[in-house]
Design a protein around this ligand. Structure first.
Ligand SMILES: [Zn+2]
Ligand SMILES: [Zn+2]
Length: 140
């Protein structure tokens, strides 16, 4: 399969998770692929509340300057990998929205080889860090 088709598959799977997001502000989803040969994601993530905690509502999310109630989709993937002993190093992370500063720092620590996003968040001045650490980046 050619690269363009594989990217289209990763994009489609990432977008297919959007209905699972529970944050009132933005739906962000992510998928992890151990290599570019995969056509089914190995791990999936979406932004949602911490286990056992209430979902986003006006008080803890919508009326605040930023949502402090959710785990980001990328963090969910990194946490699941840690929990189940899955190696992220060398893999590909596909995200519906470009990662925030905290997620970028964690992505760098995992050794993920490539990060691709479908849409760019309004704050992008930390994204250069990914490339500084040799991580391939692409808006797809
Ligand atoms: Zn929220
Ligand atoms: Zn984040």
């Amino acid at each position: 399969m050619i690269e363009k088709e594989l990217i289209a598959i990763r994009k489609k799977h990432t977008l297919s998770l959007q209905h699972l997001c529970t944050c009132k502000r933005k739906s962000v989803t992510a998928t992890f692929w151990p290599s570019d040969k995969y056509t089914i994601p190995y791990l999936v993530g979406w932004n949602t509340s911490r286990p056992g905690k209430p979902l986003c509502d006006d008080e803890n999310c919508a009326k605040q300057s930023k949502c402090n109630n959710t785990i980001h989709a990328e963090h969910k993937i990194i946490q699941d990998a840690a929990k189940h002993g899955i190696i992220l190093s060398g893999g590909i992370l596909t995200v519906s929205l470009s990662p925030c500063y905290d997620c970028v720092c964690d992505i760098i620590a995992t050794g993920i080889r490539r990060v691709e996003w479908l849409e760019e968040y309004r704050i992008t001045d930390h994204l250069h860090l990914l490339e500084e650490y040799g991580i391939e980046c692409q808006m797809i």
